[in-house]
Ligand binder design. Sequence first.
Ligand code: PNW
Length: 458
Amino acid sequence: MKTFPNDFMWGSATSSYQIEGGHNQDGKGPSIWDAFCSIPGKIKNGNTGNIAIDHYNRFEEDVALLKSQGFKAYRFSISWPRVLPQGKGKVNEEGIQFYNNLIDALLKHDITPVVTLYHWDLPLALQLESDGWLDKGIVDHFAQYARLCFERFGDRVKHWITLNEPWVVAILGHGQGVFAPGRVSNSEPYLAGHHLILAHAAAVDVFKNEFNHQQGIIGMSNNCDWREPLTDSDDDKKAAERALLFFVGWFADPLYLGDYPEVMKERLGNRLPEFTAEEKELIKGSSDFFGLNHYTTMYAAENYGKNQGGNVYGNGGLSEDQNVDLSIDKSWQLTEMKWAVVPWGCTKLLAWISERYSYPDIYITENGCAYDDQVEDGAVHDSERIDFYRGYLQACHEAIQSGVNLKGYFAWSMFDNFEWASGYSLRFGINYIDYETLKRIPKDSAYWWKKVVSDNGV
Ligand code: PNW
């Protein structure tokens, strides 16, 4: 058996829009995801998060499940429009009460709450009034919202994540338009990303200046796959490095090194906004830990400008800006999401992050897989998911052995839930949800987790 450090944080994760439901209950305001789901054709099967798994009304049952499955920590997100229906101004006390109740229930069961402030459900009011993340005013709105959360919950919450996956907000929300707010552009992603970074830094500034006595820690969660050079050629190695810099370097370089990666500046020109000296100062060092959401690996190869008809520094936008060809190995197994299962990519990525950013404390704030789970005789035998977790946890263990400061791991997800544009068609949970009756059925992985956590090893 491989054992992990005693204080290793074993947790599972969810997010507000994906599980809560109660979309217009008790004074909650609409979010951009409520609006996006109402547009025909955006979400598979026309699904919405209106009810989701009804966690808003059944959280006590869910906390009891967490406890019974041995989890020591639980990462969830606060719905901004549930506590501030207009995004700013008047507080919805009933929304505050819900999170107070949830936090108290967790603590009663000795489960550490890890709270994400923004997991994509922006108050619709802020989108309609000022284009959400495209307007610099959002930085102050986010800081105010963060202050409210620290004020009301910081006496009990000691682990904060400002933003979940700003890359997704920027690229899928403002570039490809497949996620809310559904905008399509080759420059808006970089503007939205810029404001996301500034908003993160502003919230951390509030936390450090006004709530230092709470003795909590705060950071950002970024998603990143591993990019393995397709061949040994210098060009492919450079392409893989460039792909990582456009992926996680975009957000982590400013936080750890004080500015965007050079290669992004070179290739994006004036589509990439600049930080002032003062902003750089505020952003640099604004993270107590590195939150990583990791799911898969792809090969990367130099594209030689083919994306732009020969223009290597072309302005095709998004992934085209990198001029990297991505592919996978035919022998790799795929999950239902079509993401390849490659545990060694996780070990390599953890090493890359550690080297580039001087060995920060890292928490894997998401890792998991979707499979087409079925109930057979009242049980769900998700052996593929168990193999997945075993493989990735072994990869994490190896990383720790080689000097990576990995402090925790959160399985995505505690429950099957609303998987954004894919609706309820993909099951990531270690608990199966029967969406007709909203019954929770633990999968085999839930029992496996309990054993792993109680043995403190894999
Ligand atoms: C993450 N991509 O989303 C999110 O944080 C979760 O809310 C989500 O349920 C989970 O991963 C599984 O998808 C991502 O296309 C969605 O690269 C899409 C991508 C990455 C992450």
